[in-house]
Design a protein around this ligand. Structure first.
Ligand SMILES: N[C@@H](CCC(=O)N[C@@H](CS)C(=O)NCC(=O)O)C(=O)O
Length: 216
C-alpha cells in the first residue's frame, strides 16, 4: 500500500458503500487521511494477497491503515477513529448509547442492502419503503424523548455519521422518507450544515454511488 504523510490510509472501492460514514467522520474532524481506491481489475489479486500479508485481514474492504495496524470491519474502524478523536461519547452511558445507535443504524442499512441487491427490487420497493419508514419512526420516537441535537448528546458521535449516510442512501430510493419525522429532519440539517461536512458533500472527494448498481 502507498506511503503517505497522512496519518490514516483508508482502502476501499470508489463508491460510498461501507466507507462513507468513516469518510464523513474523518472529514468533519478535519483528520488528514489518504484514500487508497481499489479498481475492480486489481481487486482479485489484492483479495488473494491481503490475508497473506495481513494488510487486508479478511479479504474484504474497507481497511484502515494506521502505523502498523491494518484494521478491517467498518464498525471497528469507525470506533477506532472515534476513540482517538473524542467522538465516542463523554462517559460510559453515552458510549453505550452510541454503540446502540450505531447498531440500530446498521440494521436499517442491512434492510437497504437486502432490497437494493435483490433481483426483484422493483417489486419489493413499496415493502422496503414501508419497512425503512417504520424503523425511522422508532428511531424518531426514541430520540425525541431525549431531545438532543445529535443521537447521543450535544456533540456528534460516530453513530451520527452512520445515520446521515443511511438517510442519504434511502432518500435516493424515496426522497421524502424522513418527511414525517421532525427530529430526523432537524438532525439532517444540523449535520449537513456543519462546515466541514457541507464542504465535503459538495467536493469531488464525495462519490455519488452508495453501491455499484445503476438503480442505487
Ligand atoms: N462486515 C464487513 C463487511 C465488508 C464487506 O462486505 N465488504 C465488501 C464491500 S462493501 C467487499 O469487500 N466486497 C468485495 C469482496 O468480498 O470480494 C464491514 O462492515 O466492513
Amino acid at each position: 500500500m502507498p506511503i503517505t504523510s497522512a496519518e490514516y490510509i483508508l482502502t476501499y472501492f470508489p463508491i460510498r458503500g461501507r466507507a462513507e460514514h468513516i469518510r464523513l467522520l474523518l472529514e468533519d474532524c478535519k483528520i488528514p487521511y489518504q484514500q487508497n481506491l481499489i479498481a475492480n481489475e486489481d481487486w482479485k489479486q489484492l483479495k488473494a494477497q491481503g490475508p497473506e500479508t495481513g494488510e487486508i485481514p479478511f479479504a474484504q474492504l474497507p481497511v484502515l491503515q494506521h502505523d502498523k495496524l491494518y484494521l478491517a470491519q467498518s464498525g471497528a474502524i469507525a470506533r477506532y477513529i472515534a476513540r482517538r478523536h473524542k467522538k465516542y461519547g463523554q462517559n460510559e452511558m453515552e458510549m453505550s448509547l452510541a454503540d446502540m445507535m450505531y447498531d440500530t443504524v446498521s440494521d436499517i442499512r442491512q434492510v437497504y442492502r437486502d432490497f437494493i441487491f435483490d433481483e426483484n427490487w422493483q417489486a419489493k420497493r413499496e415493502k422496503f419503503v414501508e419497512n425503512a419508514s417504520n424503523r425511522f419512526a422508532l428511531l424518531e420516537k426514541y430520540v425525541n424523548r431525549r431531545n438532543t441535537p445529535y443521537l447521543v448528546g450535544e456533540d456528534t458521535t460516530f453513530a451520527d455519521y452512520h445515520l446521515l449516510e443511511v438517510i442519504h442512501i434511502i432518500q435516493r430510493v424515496q426522497s421524502d422518507i424522513i418527511k414525517p419525522y421532525s427530529w430526523l429532519g432537524s438532525f439532517c440539517q444540523n449535520m449537513e450544515s456543519r462546515p466541514n461536512i457541507a464542504e465535503y458533500l459538495k467536493s469531488s472527494r464525495r462519490f455519488e454511488k452508495p453501491v455499484p448498481l445503476p438503480h442505487a
